[in-house]
Design a protein around this ligand. Structure first.
Ligand SMILES: Nc1nc2c(ncn2[C@@H]2O[C@H](COP(=O)(O)OP(=O)(O)OP(=O)(O)O)[C@@H](O)[C@H]2O)c(=O)[nH]1
Length: 336
């Protein structure tokens, strides 16, 4: 009955992290389970890394508040060779018995051919068929619910994160930037807008316009998808929340993307360009709303000064070329 109540609680969650807490506490109700953890898997410098994100400590489930790149607990996935090999084979479950007699079951959460999270369950007794039946049923409910949540967070056309989730990500992002005490290395927010996109629709029709949006989203994903957060923000506008890096690194990454779009041959249409504006989220940063409007001001400047370029808000400000633009609003939607 406790398990049923837990399942009811689990499916009442509207947030990935709360859902994770909920599944772990449900699993902890099972008689032989001694430890549960949610492991986060992240690509970094060309290989997958892993770290515990949620675990049981002194009888309480705790969740890390450190971002992945700064977490001292992260390590290459290859240091867990059985898990690593199982993940490479895209296995649905991976089990080992450790030298000290513990039985560990790993259940990667596969979504769109990728697993970013893996549930780890440890027992002192071997997993019986009965244990497995119950564990896997709970996990299945969790996984189904996780993909429903994921679906509701994505833009239907491009598969990028949608605007609805942006507030929450920006809030987390701005909280994590407060913890940063660095000046040179900082997180960034970039706004990207396709140039003269109306002409694409007018000349070739909406279906071709939609295809351009999908292809630009694919380029964004391949350039920024693994470490940063990419959103489709409105019609032909995208936003990226970029992990901490230096000004020269972020300029290079954004410039690389701008060039990639310029070089891309869009079927039937040929060449398309994008304009980008970005701003740093350092400690002195104003509110998230202002951060967004700073990046927007830089984008506006890029549009006014030839398009197909990347503009940095703080540099433009230091040069004194930005006029205060009260008229910059995000289309017709109120964000905050
Ligand atoms: N095909 C398609 N078009 C869209 C979608 N959402 C918005 N648009 C179109 O995007 C165009 C945006 O045009 P504008 O904001 O006027 O600007 P622009 O032509 O891109 O020009 P600049 O931004 O000034 O370079 C409009 O024609 C919208 O109809 C969509 O989901 N699909």
């Amino acid at each position: 009955m406790d398990i049923l109540q837990n399942l009811v609680h689990m499916t009442g969650q509207r947030d990935h992290l709360r859902l994770e807490f909920s599944v772990l506490s449900t699993l902890l109700q099972l008689p032989h389970v001694t430890q549960v953890r949610a492991l986060e898997i992240h690509p970094f410098e060309g290989q997958p890394w892993v770290r515990p994100r949620t675990w049981l400590q002194d009888g309480q489930l705790v969740n890390t508040d450190i971002d992945f790149l700064h977490d001292p607990q992260r390590k290459p996935l290859s240091t867990l060779p059985t898990l690593n090999a199982g993940m490479l084979r895209k296995q649905e479950r991976i089990a080992i018995t450790t030298a000290d007699g513990l039985h560990i079951l790993w259940l990667p959460v596969w979504m769109r051919e990728q697993a970013r999270v893996c549930i780890e369950i440890t027992q002192s007794a071997e997993f019986s068929t009965h244990d497995l039946d119950i564990l896997l049923a709970i996990f299945q409910v969790y996984q189904n619910y996780q993909s429903l949540l994921d679906y509701s967070e994505r833009d239907a056309l491009t598969g990028l994160l949608n605007r609805k989730t942006f507030d929450e990500h920006l809030h987390r992002f701005s909280n994590s930037t407060k913890a940063e005490n660095m000046t040179e290395i900082q997180p960034w927010l970039a706004v990207i807008d396709i140039d003269h996109f109306k002409q694409v629709n007018d000349r070739y029709g909406h279906l071709f316009g939609d295809e351009v949006l999908i292809l630009v989203a694919n380029l964004l994903r391949s350039n920024f998808g693994s470490q940063h957060r990419v959103f489709r923000f409105g019609g032909e506008e995208f936003v990226i929340l970029l992990q901490p890096m230096s000004l020269s690194a972020v300029s290079e990454a954004l410039e690389h993307f701008r060039q990639a779009v310029q070089d891309y041959e869009f079927p039937q249409i040929g060449k398309i360009t994008v304009s980008l504006g970005f701003s740093g989220a350092h400690m002195r940063s104003p509110s998230p709303t202002e951060l967004l409007s700073q990046a927007d001001e830089a984008l506006y400047y890029a549009k006014e000064n030839g398009r197909n370029r990347v503009c940095h808000y703080e540099t433009l400000q230091a040069l004194g070329v930005l006029k205060k633009q009260e008229q910059i609003t995000h289309d017709d939607v109120e964000l905050f």
